[in-house]
Design a protein around this ligand. Structure first.
Ligand code: UTP
Length: 242
């Protein structure tokens, strides 16, 4: 981690969803611009970035399920895909980012003492890269976690399938946990606003979560920097929608 002298920023953790990482539209251009952003911000802010597996992970998980693999084996397939994505991003960024993604929360926390940004994928079966981001944030006492996703915030219903769904600009942790708890399952390859385990860890630690559209890079940079952004800010105990 860069020296934490006067004027240096507290760490920030970014979780880049796999569907944002590889959307099928101009992916190389997006990943180049994302890398440039992470390098620029990572110079002054100790930055850890987790990368998801998206539809590639889900395709392998679907195939593995059809072949009768166990849930743990399916999770391990997903982890391997996220680690390939992390390698892609780390390779584009170059030094000092480790090209071999840290394999655990502990390794990532150690790596960011010497290098920023640090990029990694999944770690253990049973959760997603959102949870990895959250657990690292708790260990680093991060200022915030930014979830760079394929939706521009948290909605009261799925905006891709429900016309008129409303975006929350802010949410308390209790209100957010109610949504996450109502919509999630721990089965491999599931989709939800933010991993339940990760959300619970952040809520307990009182670390804010910003949910933003990951392809809107100006907005993503604002959220990482703690400036006003378009999306949803989850923090605090009350005052949000219930
Ligand atoms: P993702 O983090 O990509 O989950 O991990 P996701 O919900 O599909 O997120 P998006 O779509 O990329 O945004 C893919 C799968 O890999 C396994 C889980 O099965 C997860 O659903 N995984 C990932 C783990 O078991 N442990 C990890 O630490 C990370």
């Amino acid at each position: 981690m860069p020296p934490r002298g006067r004027g240096s920023s507290p760490p920030v953790v970014v979780s880049v969803g796999g569907s944002v990482f590889l959307s099928g539209e101009d992916d190389a251009k997006y990943l180049q611009e994302l890398s440039d952003l992470l390098v620029r911000v990572g110079r002054s802010t100790p930055l850890v970035v987790t990368v998801g597996g998206g539809r590639t992970a889900r395709a392998y998980i679907r195939l593995g399920r059809a072949l009768g693999l166990t849930d743990v084996e399916l999770d391990e397939l997903g982890i391997d895909v996220t680690r390939i994505h992390a390698r892609l991003l780390a390779g584009r960024i170059g030094l000092p980012t480790p090209s071999h993604p840290p394999a655990s929360v502990r390794e990532a926390v150690e790596a960011v003492r010497h290098a920023s940004p640090v990029v990694l994928g999944g770690t253990e079966p049973g959760h997603t890269t959102d949870a990895v981001a959250a657990l690292i944030a708790v260990r680093l006492r991060a200022a915030r976690v930014v979830n760079a996703t394929d939706v521009d915030g948290v909605y009261d219903a799925d905006p891709r399938t429900t016309p008129g769904a409303r975006r929350w600009e802010r949410s308390s942790w209790p209100a957010f946990l109610r949504i996450v708890g109502a919509t999630t399952s721990d089965a491999p390859g599931q989709r939800f606003p933010f991993d339940r385990l990760g959300a619970e860890a952040l809520a307990r630690a009182g670390i804010p979560l910003a949910v933003v559209a990951g392809r809107d890079l100006g907005n993503l940079e604002a959220a990482i920097g703690g400036r006003p952004f378009v999306g949803t800010l989850v923090s605090g105990q009350d005052g949000g929608p219930t």
